[in-house]
Design a protein around this ligand. Sequence first.
Ligand code: 6GU
Length: 274
Amino acid sequence: MIYPSKSVIEEAADYIASKSETRPEVGLILGSGLGVLGDDLENAVTIPYGDIPHFPVSTVEGHAGELVLGRLQGRDVALMRGRFHMYEGYEPERTALPVRVMKALGIRTLFVTNAAGGVNLEYGPGDLMIISDHINLTGRNPLAGPNDNALGVRFPDMSDAYTRRLRGIAKETAAELGIPVREGVYVGLLGPNYETPAEIRMLRVLGADAVGMSTVSEVLVARHAGLEVLGISCISNMAAGILDQPLSHEEVMETTERVKQQFLQLVSALLPKL
Ligand code: 6GU
């Protein structure tokens, strides 16, 4: 059997559709510490991941683990508070199952956010970065295995994975709001450890601006499914070896807490334009 099969996706989507009238047009995945946006939805219906057939349950601190459906800035959205990571032990196709389920619910656009380490020396903690492209260094791929042509093509194009059109809208909107943004390349690694200073030097040579442990598998599946993708990273800390200090999940949470309002303002202003 091809996993996740059409019936697995449909069972999850049918369950969600039975709980809410919302028919989402945009799917939003909120990273570490950024889940608060779910509190602002109208007609919000919150579904714990554990209730959704076939959904994994996320295990990381700072990730709530629930799907919220409702209306935000005039758009019907499906919002994931918390996501699944390969470092938790999930197979890559399982980390991206919610993307296929949201596609089955009707989304056309996937908006991914994450907390990431700054690799570019010009970046600083608290910076927001529009993801221009990614490098998949996780060593895994959610599209490996037999291809289900009903879900997408065997060899999906990644030339414009983070749609230029949406990046343009994001930059424009940030400028209107007076929110400074970077634009750069996100490198996805398996984790769960943060990198060594030597690995960060290597990543910089490879063209990385930011590094993290999520997003890549979700975006690969989204592009396979024909969704448009917009991605924004919150640079929560500088990567290893740049500053003379150790890295910690606490710092990641503290920084996202600090820039949350700005970040949420940008995401909210963007939604009606996607
Ligand atoms: Cl420095 N590395 C990785 N892989 N993920 C992160 C990070 C660093 N900072 C936040 N998330």
